[in-house]
Design a binder for this molecule. Structure first.
Ligand code: F0G
Length: 471
């Protein structure tokens, strides 16, 4: 069969409310043109994030009924811990309410001011938690990741030379090094087993613990199976175990490849690190047999981690994301190549090349996609990563202006994806008429969540003086 179908049937449905263009125009104005401020029941297709937005299986819902909500010693924790140990292989498993809680506890345990933490690309919460303790988060993505439109099988790889250089001549203490699989900040791109192995060896040689940010570990395992020689016949669970055997610990958001709506965990093989982390856990998250979670959440994750490693599920998921990417490229929309595991990243700066970066082309495109078709995406560009200095008025801009279309797990069908493709094709046909935006109000930090915007009238096309030749 050529068609890769959704490997599930739908037992329970959620209605989608179809809105009109006039309603969406009004909602946009009321939200200050910030898509985070929209009511989510006014969205037709929500591609804001793949985090916590997936559909759970009948098996997960059944397991949740066995959730034991005891404060201490819950069998739900034992089932959760057994699943995490089986796949990830670490000695200590510390449950948290989501990924950033694991990051915060890890940063408070391992880091001190002046330390440096390398990663292929730090996700924004990882960076923020490292910076919050006075350490520096250093991105070391491989050279291939810099060219957005050029495909490479493992664009998420760490730059090993840069990592070796850092470990040999560290500008500060390096108490931990990270690899994020897949690399969300760099386009949802995978990291190869060879790259993980080399990074792990480098770290071990220098006595630096090597950690994996494991949010999308199952998608990364699938990419390794498809693209790296020697893995074509290996079950995904074996590939996952091999990846984690290279690491000393991990942070995890179970809202992604845990297939759950909430949850996370922190793992380590180091007994004294674990003891300190559990002390912090009790202060802010809860007792070590539930972290910030209900017993039923632990049950959902214990089942979900295995479902993410199901080969037919990953085949369908990758086919779906790839289909979206390939079809919008055909419609004239430039994307980060190749398509990522959980999302497509549109290169908004080149798609809306008539807009200067001061008019936030990524935000402009995200607004237009909602205005035109009720699709919510997220800007990953200068709104998210740029800064306004309130003292000097100086603006800084991000290196890239991207719009991410993140695909929730097991939620949308092929025709939903076709609707997104069609909407983008219609927008592509009149892209030079899409106006930019300016920021009206912004908070000092994490401005993308709450800033307000307004459209900027398009400059009239430059007039060709009478008598001059057309180029
Ligand atoms: N690391 C990566 C690579 C992530 O993508 C995320 C979350 C986190 C850590 C933090 O996990 O949300 O459970 O606290 N990414 C979401 C996204 C929010 O939309 O990409 P969390």
């Amino acid at each position: 069969m050529r068609t890769i179908i959704e490997p599930f049937r739908i037992k329970s449905v959620e209605p989608i409310r179809m809105s009109t263009a006039e309603e969406r125009e009004r909602l946009l104005a009321e939200a200050g043109y910030n898509l985070f401020r929209l009511p989510s029941d006014q969205i037709v297709i929500d591609l804001l994030t793949d985090s916590g937005t997936g559909a759970m299986s009948a098996q997960q819902w059944a397991a949740m009924m066995q959730g034991d909500e005891s404060y201490a010693g819950s069998p739900s924790f034992r089932r959760f811990e057994a699943a995490v140990r089986d796949i990830f292989g670490f000695r200590h498993v510390i449950p948290t309410h989501q990924g950033r809680a694991a990051e915060r506890i890890l940063a408070a345990t391992l880091l001190a001011p002046g330390d440096v933490v390398p990663n292929n690309t730090h996700f924004d919460t990882t960076r923020a938690n490292i910076e919050a303790v006075g350490a520096t988060a250093l991105d070391l993505p491989c050279a291939e990741s810099r060219s957005l439109g050029t495909p490479h099988p493992f664009k998420g790889n760490l730059d090993l030379e840069a990592l070796a250089h850092l470990l040999e001549r560290p500008p500060g203490r390096v108490p931990v090094a990270f690899a994020t699989i897949t690399n969300n900040g760099g386009g949802g791109q995978p990291v190869s087993m060879a790259n993980l192995r080399a990074a792990s060896e480098l770290c071990r040689r220098h006595g630096v613990p090597f950690y994996i940010d494991a949010c999308r570990f199952a998608e990364n395992a699938y990419f390794i199976r498809k693209r790296e020689p020697g893995f074509a016949d290996r079950p995904l669970i074996e590939i996952a175990r091999e990846m984690f055997a290279l690491a000393d610990g991990c942070t995890m958001s179970a809202k992604k490849d845990g297939m759950a709506n909430i949850g996370g965990f922190l793992c380590t093989n180091d007994d004294s690190v674990a003891r300190h982390e559990e002390e912090l856990l009790i202060l802010t998250e809860g007792f070590p047999t539930y972290g910030g979670l209900a017993g039923r959440d632990l049950e959902a994750i214990a089942v979900g981690l295995y479902e993410a490693l199901d080969l037919s599920y990953q085949e369908y998921r990758h086919a779906s994301v790839q289909y979206l990417g390939e079809h919008i490229v055909t419609a004239g929309v430039p994307i980060v190549q190749p398509p990522g595991g959980h999302a497509i990243y549109i290169d908004a700066a080149s798609f809306l090349s008539h807009l200067p970066r001061e008019q936030y082309p990524g935000q402009a495109l995200a607004i237009e996609l909602y205005r035109h078709a009720g699709i919510r995406s997220v800007e990953i560009g200068s709104v998210m990563f740029g800064r306004h200095d309130p003292l000097t008025g100086a603006e800084t801009y991000a290196a890239r202006e991207l719009v991410r279309l993140a695909i929730p797990r097991r939620v949308y069908t092929q025709s939903h994806i076709d609707y997104v493709v069609e909407s983008l094709a219609e927008i592509a046909a009149r892209r030079t008429a899409i106006p930019g935006v300016r920021i009206v109000e912004q908070p000092p930090a994490l401005r993308h969540f709450s800033a307000t915007f307004e459209p900027v009238a398009l400059a009239a096309p430059a007039r060709v003086p009478a008598g001059s030749a057309r180029p």
